[in-house]
Design a protein around this ligand. Structure first.
Ligand code: AHR
Length: 536
């Protein structure tokens, strides 16, 4: 067992106030994510809109503070006006992002009613693909204006007397991507200008509104970074956040590469923050731009053909099949096994570690990253046609939401063993450069003056070693240990299921000692840990 591992925190080394929206999730009607998933109007618990109350209850219990909706790529072809009012008048359209039928059974008002009901802040994505400036203006008016105009009175007529609580508006989705419906790939300046105008108009309708403009959606795009600079030059003054997305791939079975997600993602984030700061300087803007890391995920992949080398020169033919895997139409209120979100997740435990390591990395950049949306965040709630249960990933995410989102983020100093990974190209979209000196221990912490609690999160990403570690908290004065909880399993293939929902649950670790401000704990290999302390 290693014993030279140390993690040091100091109350003065803060990385900024934590915004609760950093712990958000993402929702899009892809396959059964919405229809046949959280929505099933034939389910015994269905509410007046058709949403499953059993899933809603667990979502409320999880406490996800913000959800970006209604997409995703979907939004770039979606006409919100076709999705309001009586169901019988709603139009079904071909949905080109995912090759589905969109019936609009769930529309603008229902998404927002769902968000209200589960107690989450909706981060609303506006269609900046096929959508016009006028559509966006009326959308803001319908959603936010109290009444006395055609659009606001239409909302009231449709059963929503009060304005919806939408305060954050995302100006499109991945608009640099050639796969996007009406992509702006070839016209970043045009997108920047349009975003500037829409942002102004939304804020004229609602002066409390904040807006998010799309940055680079993957560093493999050929316009990486130059896109961000061109867009920001047009709209820096009127927007509040730059949106970034990152999906980390690794070859199936390569655990070390898979668990390097947070480091690779951090490199991307740091460069994007630098681009914002360059533009701030060029424009002599007093205000730094904040980041909305509003989609992230991880996956194991099989080696595919690569047609290009590194640095983002993806041939357009690579996009022609994008999204064609969903066959339609499918039955809207039943689960289609090949289209559930669980498809392709080899290990719930590993997925949870990789996703939480990204979230902990975002916490360490809390001064700049204010919004985060874990793509599978809502899918830590497992469900079949009858039941709901907590998947393995539920527990670590829930601890981070509950205890990580309060107060200030602290910057750790960590000494421990390291590992390196080779660079790899799995396919044209999945190219990861070599990484050196990745620390086996990852950590983040929140210090909450209101509750006088310090919550420390630690992931041990060593595949073969439990790590005895000293957590040096001597600078915090007198403290006591409230609890050390850990999530791990010796069998990585184990999942929580409807039949066996408690295969992996958090364990209380009893033998962690605190003496003179130094906690000594053993972090099991491939484990997530939370240690909470009270400041006396
Ligand atoms: O998996 C979700 C999709 O991934 C989103 O629609 C898009 O924004 C991203 O490419």
């Amino acid at each position: 067992m290693e014993n030279r591992n140390k993690i040091f925190f100091h109350p003065a080394y803060t990385a900024g106030r934590i915004d609760r929206r950093l712990f958000g999730a993402f929702l899009e009607p892809i396959g059964n994510w919405v229809y046949g998933g959280i929505w099933n109007n034939e389910h015994p618990t269905a509410d007046e809109y058709g949403f499953r109350k059993d899933i809603m209850d667990m979502t409320r219990e999880l406490g996800v503070p913000a959800v970006r909706l209604p997409g995703g790529n979907f939004t770039s072809g979606w006409n919100w006006k076709d999705s309001i009012g009586p169901r019988e008048n709603r139009r079904t359209h071909l949905e080109l992002a995912w090759r589905q039928y969109e019936t609009n059974d769930i529309g603008h008002d229902e998404y927002l009613a769902w968000a209200k009901s589960v107690g989450t802040d909706p981060l609303y994505t506006v269609n900046l693909g096929t959508g016009t400036v006028e559509d966006a203006q009326y959308l803001a008016e319908y959603t936010r204006h109290p009444g006395g105009t055609y659009w606001s009175d239409l909302r009231r007529k449709n059963g929503f007397e009060k304005p919806h609580e939408v305060h954050t508006w995302c100006l499109g989705n991945e608009m640099d991507g050639p796969w996007q419906i009406h992509s702006w790939e070839k016209d970043p300046k045009g997108y920047g200008v349009k975003s500037n105008e829409i942002s102004k108009m939304i804020k004229w309708v609602d002066p409390t509104a904040e807006t998010v403009v799309c940055g680079t959606s993957t560093p493999h795009n050929r316009s990486y970074l130059s896109w961000d600079l061109t867009v920001l030059e047009q709209c820096y003054e009127t927007v509040d956040y730059l949106s970034l997305h990152y999906y980390h791939p690794a070859l199936t079975g390569d655990l070390k590469a898979y668990l390097s997600a947070s480091d690779v993602c951090e490199d991307f984030l740091i460069r994007e923050i630098a681009a914002c700061d360059v533009m701030q300087g060029m424009l002599r803007e007093p205000r730094p731009l904040m980041i909305a890391f509003d989609e992230y995920g991880v996956s194991f992949r099989k080696q595919e053909k690569t047609t290009v080398g590194r640095a983002g020169n993806i041939d357009h033919s690579a996009y022609s099949e994008f999204g064609s895997r969903l066959k339609q139409p499918f039955k809207h209120n039943s689960l289609h096994p090949s289209q559930t979100r669980n498809d392709g997740v080899e290990s719930e435990m590993l997925e949870s570690l990789a996703l939480c390591s990204i979230l902990m990395m975002l916490m360490r950049h809390a001064d700049r990253v204010k919004i985060g949306c874990m793509t599978p965040g809502l899918f830590v709630i497992g469900h079949n046609e009858e039941k709901v249960w907590k998947r393995v990933g539920y527990y670590a995410y829930e601890m981070l939401i509950r205890y990580g989102s309060r107060g200030f983020s602290l910057t750790p100093s960590i000494s421990c063993g390291t590992y390196d990974t080779d660079g790899y190209n799995i396919d044209d979209f999945s190219q990861v450069p070599a990484q050196e000196g990745l620390k086996y221990l990852e950590s983040s912490a929140s210090l909450d003056p209101a509750s006088r609690e310090l919550s420390v999160f630690v992931i041990n990403r060593s595949c073969d070693q439990d790590l005895e570690t000293q957590l040096d908290l001597t600078s915090f004065g007198d403290l006591s240990l409230i609890e050390h909880k850990s999530v791990y399993t010796d069998d990585l293939s184990v999942c929580n299921t409807a039949e066996n929902p408690e295969c992996v649950v958090p364990k209380k670790i009893e033998n962690t000692k605190l003496s003179s401000g130094v906690a000594t704990a053993v972090f099991k290999k491939l484990s997530f840990n939370m240690l909470r302390f009270r400041l006396n």
